[in-house]
Design a protein around this ligand. Structure first.
Ligand code: HEM
Length: 449
């Protein structure tokens, strides 16, 4: 027997034993078609990987972090006299960076991990938007996803204050002013956020929300999100075929790749790569702790949030945009995302068949990128209405022209193809008559019903 055969047989034997003794097939997630072995199908799993790393690194940071604003003479006081009266929260962060073995790496990976999780979540969101995964039967998956988006941003917001730097305190205060303007919700959450009105009260509430309330809510939502995913199976590729079935049958499942170990290992491989890259970046560019809140050296510091809230901060800089208007804009966006599955009712999922909704997504993407860069370059600088119109207007206009032209060309070529096949034009567009029989290869995904 060759070594390779012996090796494979041994592995199969061991795996068979594990499968049998754990009854894995009964509890593992459902099998998936092999075309899903592409990163684009597992963007949500990458967010889960990032979340798991946040939980682990956060639990380790908790061993040293003190959520207190009381002046401390310990920890950082011993390392540098100038810091001897700094708040304990800042001091314990300083201690983690300077005295805990690998502490700087741990803290930096936790912070950059948060950025990465938010970035991957937006990637997952936009990928889902473009390929129309929110369409039937996945409306609730999308809506739970929107709540996950909120919870993830909430994790970022509450975590920002914890090092207790002047920068983080200023930005948190601006965020709180905006949150309190939320209709109905604002007055309700106000007392919870502000506690007794002291800085200690605020820090304690943010800490509680960051390490307990939001993670528990996030885990519960994630459970629901994955349970829904499990019940529908993975969304099939985007198509212009309105008759495409959107779920797998039980019979087809048996022909698919089992989740354990194949898909699990595939996702784990990406997870390990993720952690490796995170450590590399954190080792090369460790996070720097800025001056603590109340430090005289921090008096003139510019208020700036983390990158994912910069667009909102810049919005408040526009002349005439009050916090109430900024909050209203945010709410309209949220309601739009939440109800998207009920707004876009066409059965076709391919981007070329949904020009209006693709125009909105692409314009919003351009808007967020522009506002983020703008907010980072000129934080707190007032912008006149004319400049707003000439900077933001072209994004929406250019997108409309480009997407309109693409759609028009596609419509022409579709007509030509049908004419050459001497079939009547059935219209791949919402206003058209029923589409022709599905092209071969687009209905490979069967129905569960
Ligand atoms: C913390 C944030 C999130 C996590 C951890 C998460 C996790 C996941 C996971 C693991 C899946 C299974 C398929 C995959 O790996 O891509 C999934 C699918 C899905 N997610 Fe999310 N998600 C998050 C946020 C969102 C958001 C913001 C939306 C949209 C508003 C969303 C909508 C969906 C939909 C519709 C599916 C089913 C897609 C399919 O079957 O391919 N998710 N998500």
């Amino acid at each position: 027997m060759t070594f390779a055969r012996w090796y494979n047989r041994s592995l199969n034997k061991i795996w068979g034993f594990v499968e049998d003794r754990t009854s894995m097939k009964k509890w593992a997630l459902r099998p998936q078609p092999d075309f899903t072995f592409k990163p684009s199908y597992w963007t949500g799993a990458f967010v889960v990987n990032a979340f798991l790393y946040q939980v682990i690194s956060g639990a380790l940071l908790l061993l040293y972090y003190q959520p207190s604003t009381a002046p401390t003479l310990t920890a950082c006081g011993q390392t540098a006299g100038a810091f001897s009266v700094a708040p304990a929260a800042w001091c314990s962060t300083y201690y983690i960076i300077n005295s805990v073995p690998m502490g700087s790496l741990l803290l930096s990976t936790h912070l950059y991990g948060a950025y990465a999780m938010i970035f991957l979540m937006f990637l997952h969101f936009f990928r889902g938007y473009y390929v129309g995964v929110y369409k039937a039967p996945r409306e609730f998956s999308w809506m739970v996803g929107t709540l996950l988006l909120l919870a993830t941003l909430g994790m970022g917001f509450t975590g920002y204050l914890l090092p207790y730097t002047q920068l983080s305190l200023n930005a948190t205060n601006v965020g709180i002013v905006l949150a309190l303007r939320l209709p109905t919700v604002g007055p309700l959450i106000g007392p919870f956020i502000l506690a007794d009105g002291t800085s200690q009260g605020l820090l304690s509430r943010m800490f509680d929300a960051h390490v307990l309330l939001i993670p528990v809510a996030l885990a519960a939502l994630l459970y629901a999100h994955i349970a829904l995913f499990e019940s529908h199976g993975i969304a099939p590729p985007a198509t212009s075929d309105p008759l495409q079935r959107r779920r797998f049958t039980e019979k087809e499942d048996k022909k698919h790749v089992p989740f354990m170990p194949h898909i699990f290992f595939y996702i784990t491989k990406w997870g390990l790569l993720y952690v490796g890259v995170l450590f590399g970046i954190a080792a090369l560019w460790p996070w720097q702790l800025t001056a603590y809140a109340g430090n005289v050296a921090a008096a003139g510091i510019v208020t700036e949030p983390d990158w994912y809230f910069l667009w909102l901060f810049k919005l408040v800089d526009f002349t005439g945009v009050t916090p109430v208007i900024a909050v209203a804009v945010t709410n309209v966006l949220l309601v739009y995302v939440l109800l998207l599955p009920f707004l876009d009712r066409s059965k076709r999922t391919h981007p070329r068949d949904r020009p209006f909704f693709i125009w909105i997504a692409t314009s919003l993407l351009g808007f967020f990128v522009l506002m983020t860069v703008w907010g980072g370059e000129t934080p707190g600088v007032q912008i006149a209405p004319m400049q707003v119109a000439t900077t933001i207007g072209p994004i929406f206009l250019v997108n409309a022209v480009v997407i309109g032209l693409f759609h028009w060309r596609y419509r022409q070529s579709y007509r030509r193809r049908l004419a050459s096949r001497a079939e009547p034009f059935a219209g791949p567009f919402p206003s058209g008559r029923p589409a022709p029989a599905a092209p071969v290869g687009t209905t490979e995904v069967g129905a569960r019903e």
